[in-house]
Structure formats: structure tokens, C-alpha cells
Design a binder for this molecule. Structure first.
Ligand code: AMP
Length: 213
């Protein structure tokens, strides 16, 4: 059973969601993705969902305190171990996460290092199954039946913000904001860098080694 909290850092499409699902199965982690939480607010049509929809569709960042409050409302750090995916996105969020959520809890921050140019093709070909959480790629991991999840049979979804224009903006936002996040965890002695350009099973192997160390 896992004991340390994990913060997964990496560009959109660097494989955080896919790798998180392995850790959930193997180590009993709870996967907490702020992108998923926000999309669920949009799907439910809540006031928050209406407020953030345009921001997400354009590939910009929602304001720090709104996302922090949503995150806090969905986690119970005293009893569970988490993979934080999609938060923090900037230096301020890294500080907020430490001060308001982690509060000194043992934590590893794992950075999925990758060349951003390859990611644009990867993301625009991504299809997701919202219920089962499975993630497909039309080029490298197509579903057995077109448009359907292999596990649940549900219809696959092409995320609205996975179109090329929005993806380019999301990459620019990532490039502009990740530096201080890495500096923060480096200065705390919590940062581990993984080469995420390797085949998925090799990344999984390294990740498990890091978690078990
Ligand atoms: P993701 O699923 O992590 O790619 O997130 C999808 C979108 O949700 C992002 O492009 C942002 O618009 C928004 N979002 C997710 N997490 C955050 C965050 N920590 N801070 C601000 N916006 C976020």
C-alpha cells in the first residue's frame, strides 16, 4: 500500500492519466485530476461549470483559488493517498497545494519530461472513455471497435479542448508556467524527472520503481 502523496507533472498528453490508472490498480492510489473535476462540473451544468467552460475550451487556466477550492472539496488527505494530476499548474498553485492540502505530508513530485512538439499529434488523436477512464490514441492505441471503449463499450469522446488550436495554446500555457513549479519541488528535494518519451510500459516500470523506492 502506498504511503506518499504523488504530484504528477507534465504537459497535456504526456501520459499522466494513463500512468495514473496503473498506479491506482497497483498501489491503491486515488486519482485526483482537476481537469476531470472541472469537466464534471460542466457536464452537471453547475454554476461553476458555466463559469469555467469558456476558459477550458480556449485552453487557458481557470483561476487558482477556484481550482484549489474544488480540489479541497474532493480530497481527504488524512485517510487516503492521492495522485494529484493537473494541479499545480503554476508556482502559486504549488505553494497553495503545500499550504492548504499537503501541509508537510510526505510527497513525491514526478515530472514527465517530453518534447512538446510530439505531443500535439498525440493529443489531437486522443479519445477518452469518461466512465471507464480508458484513454485511446487513434494512431498508437486504437479501440478494437471504432468509437467504442474496449472495456465498457461506451462511446468514446473527443475532448472539445483536444483540437489543434486549443492544444497549441495549452502547450504555450504549459511552457510559460511549468518552470516555477519544477523549481518549487526541486527546492523541497521532492522532484523526480522521468523520460516520458519512451514506450508506455517502460515509463510504467520506471514510475513503479520511483514509487517503491
Ligand atoms: P487537463 O485535463 O489537466 O488537461 O485540464 C483541462 C483544462 O482544465 C485546462 O486546460 C484548464 O483550462 C483547466 N484546468 C485543469 N486543472 C487546472 C488548474 N490546476 N488550474 C487552472 N486550470 C486548470
Amino acid at each position: 500500500m502506498a504511503r506518499e502523496q504523488i504530484v504528477l507533472l507534465g504537459a497535456p498528453g504526456s501520459g499522466k492519466g494513463t500512468q495514473a490508472s496503473h498506479l491506482v490498480k497497483e498501489f491503491g492510489y486515488n486519482h485526483l485530476s482537476t481537469g476531470d473535476l472541472l469537466r464534471s462540473e460542466i457536464a452537471k451544468g453547475t454554476e461553476l461549470g458555466q463559469k469555467v467552460q469558456g476558459i477550458i475550451d480556449a485552453g487557458n487556466l481557470v483561476d487558482d483559488m477556484t481550482v484549489l477550492e474544488l480540489l479541497k472539496a474532493n480530497c481527504d488527505l488524512e485517510n487516503k493517498v492521492y495522485i494529484f494530476d493537473g494541479f499545480p499548474r503554476n508556482g502559486e498553485q504549488a505553494k497553495l497545494l503545500e499550504e492548504h492540502v499537503l501541509k508537510g505530508a510526505a510527497t513525491k513530485a514526478i515530472y514527465f519530461d517530453m518534447d512538446l512538439e510530439h505531443l500535439i499529434e498525440r493529443i489531437t488523436n486522443r479519445r477518452v472513455a469518461p466512465k471507464s477512464g480508458e484513454i485511446y490514441n487513434l494512431l498508437t492505441r486504437p479501440p478494437k471497435i471504432e468509437g467504442k471503449c474496449d472495456v465498457s463499450g461506451e462511446d468514446l469522446v473527443h475532448r472539445k479542448d483536444d483540437n489543434e488550436e486549443t492544444v497549441r495554446n495549452r502547450m504555450n500555457v504549459f511552457r510559460d508556467t511549468i518552470g516555477p513549479v519544477l523549481d518549487f519541488y526541486e527546492s523541497q528535494g521532492q522532484l523526480v524527472r522521468l523520460d516520458a518519451s519512451r514506450p508506455s510500459d517502460e515509463v510504467t516500470k520506471s514510475l513503479k520503481e520511483v514509487i517503491s523506492a
